[in-house]
Design a protein around this ligand. Structure first.
Ligand code: EPU
Length: 424
């Protein structure tokens, strides 16, 4: 088991390149199942969840190859010509809930899918009822048995579906299913995340007829067949945001390259409100922090609001800001697991239901802490960067599920970060 050991205090400077988006890569890799043949994806991030998706596609009968090129990042080749198996097993789905995005494509193209129910996860219950409701509205017969969901349909039929809440993978699953359905589908109250828009771009390249992705109403005219494609994946806005926060809290000066500023408006607005100087520059954003950081209040919202995936990282920033900041988590019911660990490092944080009050500025002190989920582990790395002394983070596999070598990138910016082997 690997740990990350950080000696706090270094000011980060220099340039860093953002990797491809995890949450775009996962549904895009799954979309390969909608066509027969070989697709090529570039700028695929090297991280645990992507490896799990490669494994899942392999399990279904696809041939998956990967290679790395210095400029193109990771490249994944997926050949789906021999896909016959339609079952996503418990072992893979329990490791990665996003495995559920194979449900739509398999049902649409093979007429049947059997996918393990993900169960709860560290950040909340996260049911998939909206995915199932949508498939049922499109004519699929849904059965839940032995911990698995089975969807069957000779050919899915277009339908009008209104989501009860905004769901990112739910929108993606149904958009993929509708792409090969017969007739017209309207998805109302759709997620507007850039990753949904990116998936629509990919599906349209494959021959789908999708309009409105990036707005809350998506319309899809089903087609009979889709083709394999080549595609370069958009940069990861959450990795970019995490690096901007790292620069800000260390009073650094960092150019975060290859990010798309239009995906980061809410994050940049809050960084600016906290007194961080953010300037667009040469294909990226530069973060500089000079004066004192100021307290700001944040409420997580679906895109274009402030992302839940940046909440834990901002909590660390708030420990450095003058005054009280209120952070409200509205998307997931249990996404404060980093709080007790940050408190152990000396943070002044009070939890009241879905809101935490962070008072600052305080000096954090290095401690031995435990990563509990992906973004929580990123927040502990950030805390380690500014803590007095040494911080040791256990269960780093959570970090590696969703970040492409974050420790290496931080080291290149001057952080004193290393990996060690040790107990869990
Ligand atoms: N929900 C339901 N029923 C459903 C679907 C969702 O009740 O059928 C609820 C969830 O329990 C949650 C809310 O709706 O409370 C929003 O969940 P959503 O479905 O949007 O989340 P997701 O699609 O499972 C994606 C990202 C998450 C990110 C969320 C919110 C991927 C692979 N994952 O999850 O990313 O936090 O959207 O933006 O795209 C991460 O990268 O760390 C991560 C957790």
């Amino acid at each position: 088991m690997q740990n990350i050991v950080i000696k706090g205090g270094a000011r980060l400077t220099g340039e860093v390149r953002v990797s491809g988006s995890k949450n775009a890569a996962l549904p895009i890799l799954a979309s390969s199942l909608l066509a027969s043949g070989r697709s090529v994806y570039r700028n695929v991030p090297a991280l645990g969840d992507v490896r799990t998706m490669h494994k899942l596609l392999g399990e279904l009968g696809a041939e998956v190859e990967t290679k790395t090129e210095p400029k193109a990042g990771g490249i994944t080749f997926v050949d789906t010509s021999k896909v016959e198996n339609v079952e996503a097993p418990y072992d893979l789905v329990k490791t990665m809930r996003a495995s559920v995005v194979v449900l739509g494509p398999l049902t649409a193209r093979h007429g049947r899918a059997r996918v393990s129910l993900p169960g709860g996860c560290a950040i909340g219950a996260r049911p998939i009822d909206q995915h199932l409701k949508g498939l049922a509205a499109m004519g699929a017969k849904i059965e839940l048995e032995h911990g698995y969901v089975t969807a069957r349909a000779r050919r899915l039929q277009g339908a009008t579906i209104v989501f009860d809440m905004v769901t990112v993978t739910g929108t993606e699953n149904l958009m993929m299913a509708a792409a090969l359905a017969k007739g017209h589908t309207t998805l109302e109250n759709s997620a507007r995340e850039p990753e949904v828009e990116e998936l629509a771009r990919v599906l349209n390249k494959m021959g789908a007829r999708i309009q409105g992705a990036g707005t809350s109403q998506i319309t899809i005219e089903g087609v009979d067949e889709l083709q394999p494609i080549e595609h370069t994946i958009i940069p990861d806005r959450i990795e970019a945001g995490t690096l901007l926060v790292a620069a800000a809290i260390t009073r650094g000066n960092v150019l975060v390259r290859d990010c798309l500023p239009e995906h980061l408006d809410a994050v940049v607005a809050k960084l600016r409100a906290a007194g961080v100087e953010i300037t667009p520059e040469d294909g990226g954003l530069r973060a500089r922090a000079k004066g004192d950081l100021k307290s700001t209040d944040i409420s997580t919202q679906p895109f274009p609001g402030f992302p839940t995936d940046m909440q834990a990282q901002f909590m660390v920033l708030m420990t450095r800001a003058k005054g009280q900041s209120l952070l409200t988590e509205t998307i997931f019911e249990n996404r404060f697991m980093h709080v007790p660990e940050l408190q152990r490092m000396g943070a002044d944080i009070q939890v009241e239901g879905r809101t935490v009050a962070v008072r600052g500025p305080v000096r954090l002190t290095g401690a031995e802490v435990m990563a509990t989920d992906l973004r929580a582990s990123a927040s502990l790395v950030l805390a380690g960067l500014i803590a007095d002394g040494t911080t040791k983070i256990r269960r780093v596999y959570h970090l590696d599920r969703g970040y492409d070598r974050l420790d290496k990138k931080l080291r290149a910016l001057g952080a004193d970060v290393r990996r060690t082997r040790g107990p869990m």
